[in-house]
Design a protein around this ligand. Structure first.
Ligand code: HEC
Length: 151
């Protein structure tokens, strides 16, 4: 009987810890995915202007680039606490590599932070200037996703 109670106690402890972890990291997962979605919207419009699918507009391009710059200032790496991986959380595409090589992951985000100010400087200065700066940041998305995001 004692043993059954102990097992029951351990089981409920395990269940409540994982439920706690789930609700704890839900905020971080939503935040990092939301941040990436906003990034995609802004980069997507700049890409469309670059490819001529949308007419280049200096004010609009500047606004998008400002948003990208703002996003780059967020501590993205801090939104990946230990345990917020795809084994623990169904909805995330964060690869284990993030925790195996956190420095490498941080270095990828630093590339965004290096490129975003150039984009913000150039975006309103004409289509060619915008396109050149856009190329500098577009590669950072792929570079990180290849290693640190699950397909
Ligand atoms: C430092 C690494 C890194 C960089 C740089 C990066 N991403 Fe991501 N991105 C991720 C990771 C990791 C995920 C998966 C997050 C998750 O599911 O918890 C992700 C997910 C996404 C998603 C899916 C969001 C969702 O709703 O699930 C989009 C869209 C995206 N990234 C766009 C971009 C764009 C555009 C850029 C470049 C401007 C970019 N990312 C740069 C790491 C990065």
């Amino acid at each position: 009987m004692k043993r059954i109670l102990l097992v029951a106690a351990l089981f409920s402890a395990a269940v409540s810890t994982s439920a706690f972890a789930q609700s704890l990291f839900e905020t971080e997962v939503k935040a990092r995915q939301g941040l990436m979605s906003i990034m995609r919207i802004n980069m997507g419009m700049l890409n469309n202007m670059d490819r001529g699918l949308m007419e280049y507009d200096a004010d609009q391009a500047q606004a998008m680039a400002n948003a990208v710059l703002g996003i780059s200032m967020v501590d993205f790496v801090g939104l990946f606490p230990e345990g917020s991986d795809s084994f623990e959380i169904e909805t995330t595409k964060a690869a284990d590599m993030i925790w195996e090589n956190t420095e490498g992951f941080a270095a990828e985000w630093a590339k965004v932070q290096m490129a975003a100010p150039d984009l913000a400087k150039a975006a309103g200065q004409g289509k060619d200037a915008m396109s050149a700066a856009l190329a500098g940041i577009a590669g950072t998305c792929r570079s990180c996703h290849t290693t640190y995001r699950l397909r």
